[in-house]
Design a protein around this ligand. Structure first.
Ligand SMILES: Cc1cc2nc3c(=O)[nH]c(=O)nc-3n(C[C@H](O)[C@H](O)[C@H](O)COP(=O)(O)O)c2cc1C
Length: 235
């Protein structure tokens, strides 16, 4: 399993050390590459800490945030929320490889701090920056949110007949981040085919589906089609 999948955890306290110019270039190049591939309009905002200073909007969950990736795209792009999850998670794993701390943020930030062009929708941001050892406060927040994961048997229909490569990829799905750690996306193995679905009531659920599919695809080698019951295509 890719080390970034195994090692990533949500980080909410950042050091004051800015991201060096060279590393910023790498991040921007990564963002541009994913935008070209996906049709999304992600943007690296180097100095966006203001979105995390309002106690009313951020509940004091984060400290020292300076840079974020704004996750947005054309409002009429098909499967916008799911794609945002799929490509956003790809970026998050790359940022993890760069040694940076990250966290998906869909709720606890001040959306009003970002000027979003007409016709585009922003659903989330990913905070990004240098981190030290987890502070006590960070540990308490993660404990309160619970990092507990459901067993694979609860996330995979057809668990009893699934081959080893599917179970290995489901382990990567199990470790995926999800909004409020809900872990809603469910996979199905049936006669050699893998599909994924989510009982969606909010945009965040579709984002979680995209994230879960990316983890599966990354571990099993291949890609997923978008949409409810999208199929896995092994390379
Ligand atoms: C779509 C999405 C939105 C999230 N929004 C927030 C948020 O607003 N505030 C926050 O502190 N964490 C947020 N998280 C982080 C989750 O709480 C976290 O991924 C989950 O609790 C699992 O913990 P882990 O990432 O450390 O494995 C979000 C995660 C996802 C995937």
């Amino acid at each position: 399993m890719r080390a970034a999948i195994r090692n990533r955890i949500s980080r909410r306290s950042y050091l004051q050390t800015p991201i060096a110019a060279e590393l910023q270039e790498d991040i921007r190049a990564g963002v541009d590459g994913l935008n070209r591939e996906s049709g999304l309009a992600f943007a690296f905002a180097e100095d966006a800490g203001k979105a995390f200073t309002s106690m009313r909007k951020s509940y004091g969950m984060f400290s020292g945030v300076r840079s974020v990736i704004v996750l947005k795209g054309a409002a009429d792009l098909p499967d916008l929320a799911e794609k945002l999850g799929y490509y956003g998670e790809q970026l998050m794993l790359d940022l993890t490889d760069m040694g940076l701390g990250t966290c998906w943020v869909g709720g606890t930030f001040d959306r009003g701090q970002f000027a979003i062009p007409n016709g585009e929708t922003m659903l989330c941001v990913i905070t990004v920056g240098h981190v030290a050892e987890q502070s006590t406060k960070e540990k308490l927040i993660r404990h309160a949110l619970s990092r507990k994961r459901k067993p694979v048997s609860q996330r995979l229909r057809g668990y009893e007949t699934a081959p080893a490569w599917v179970l290995a990829a489901m382990e990567a799905v199990r470790l995926a981040p999800s909004a409020v750690n809900r872990q809603k996306p469910v996979f199905t193995y049936d006669g050699g085919t893998v599909t994924a679905a989510v009982d969606a009531s909010r945009a965040m659920d579709w984002i979680d589906l995209g994230i879960a599919k990316l983890h599966f695809a990354e571990a099993a080698g291949g890609r997923f089609t978008f949409g409810q019951d999208g199929r896995f295509l092994k390379e």
